[in-house]
Design a protein around this ligand. Structure first.
Ligand SMILES: [Zn+2]
Length: 307
């Protein structure tokens, strides 16, 4: 596997730098858009409708921070007409290759570059490290969708009117979702508005919807959590009398279970409030299999457990 990865990184440079150069619309052939995450695929599908084949490399339950590209991915990327990735180092091991491609190939697009950098959450100003989980502030995601629309129009100008129409419809749905979330979270008493999850995916969510957020692991899942992290979080939960913590669909339950056990041992029994979709959507065909459905599932789960 390691050899394959080295080969992927080595060979992929040459192959991918020459990818995305075929004419997208050979007769009777729909263009192919390849995205890294499901959330990006959902945005591209909403904007392009039936006029493009949209493929996400990372399926349900996949952790993008830890993701290693496969040979099948390389084939998809080399035959893509357009590649869309999140950026801000969400894609872990693939980030450097994707970033280098974006600099050289105009058909490769980093979604977060469409959001003003002043709105990125700063994690380390000196090292210029920013929080990549932008999809959990729906208004911010919507800004990215608008910029992505402009990009897709430049790639498919003959479809510009329909692209604009579909995008405006999607943007309306996102506007409504944003207002709904604000209203729903208002039903949680202020003292209980604390969201505890396995890793720090919900920083933008907390900032946008006025809920305090704590993750056991940092922004990336690459670094393991330690006993010290668990005991600090247990201390915090017991002092704040928090009722529930949450599992994430793309991360092992082990870390959050350690927190639950720690709280029980301290005489503060705490429940698992449910599973949240953090870095990946649910399965296709289920309510959480779309971006809007995924966010709605999370908000409903959080409200049920905390109010
Ligand atoms: Zn994450």
């Amino acid at each position: 596997m390691y050899t394959k990865l080295i080969c992927w990184i080595g060979c992929s440079w040459i192959l991918l730098l020459t990818a995305c150069t075929t004419t997208p619309s050979e007769k009777n052939k729909r263009p192919t858009i390849v995205t890294t995450t499901g959330m990006l695929a959902d945005a591209a599908r909403s904007i392009m409708g039936e006029t493009a084949d949209v493929i996400a490399l990372m399926g349900p339950g996949v952790d993008p921070h830890m993701y290693k590209a496969t040979e099948g991915d390389l084939q998809k990327l080399t035959s893509a007409d357009v590649i869309i990735y999140n950026g801000l180092h969400l894609e872990g091991k693939m980030s450097e290759v994707l970033h280098a491609l974006e600099k050289k190939n105009p058909s490769v697009y980093a979604f977060t570059n469409g959001i003003p950098s002043t709105k990125w959450r700063v994690l380390d100003a000196t090292a210029q490290i920013y929080d990549p989980h932008v999809w959990f502030d729906v208004a911010l995601w919507n800004e990215g969708v608008k910029a992505l629309t402009v990009f897709l129009i430049t790639k498919f100008p003959s479809d510009s009117v329909a692209i604009q129409r579909r995008s405006l419809d999607y943007q309306n749905q996102l506007d409504q979702l944003h207002v709904r979330i604000l209203r729903q979270l208002d039903s949680i008493p202020v003292a209980q508005r604390v969201l505890i999850t396995a890793h720090d995916a919900f920083g933008y969510f907390g900032q946008a919807y006025h809920i305090e957020v704590r993750g056991l692991q940092g922004i990336s899942t690459v670094a393991d959590f330690g006993l010290n992290d668990v005991s600090q979080l247990v201390q915090y939960i017991t002092s704040r009398k928090i009722k529930a913590v949450f599992i994430e669909s793309s991360i092992s339950e082990q870390s959050i279970r350690a927190v639950v056990e720690g709280c029980t041992a301290k005489g503060h029994p705490i429940t698992i409030g449910g599973t949240l979709y953090s870095d990946a959507m649910g399965s296709a065909g289920t309510p959480a299999g779309t971006y809007i459905g995924m966010v709605e599932h999370n908000v409903h789960t959080i409200c049920q457990a905390l109010r």
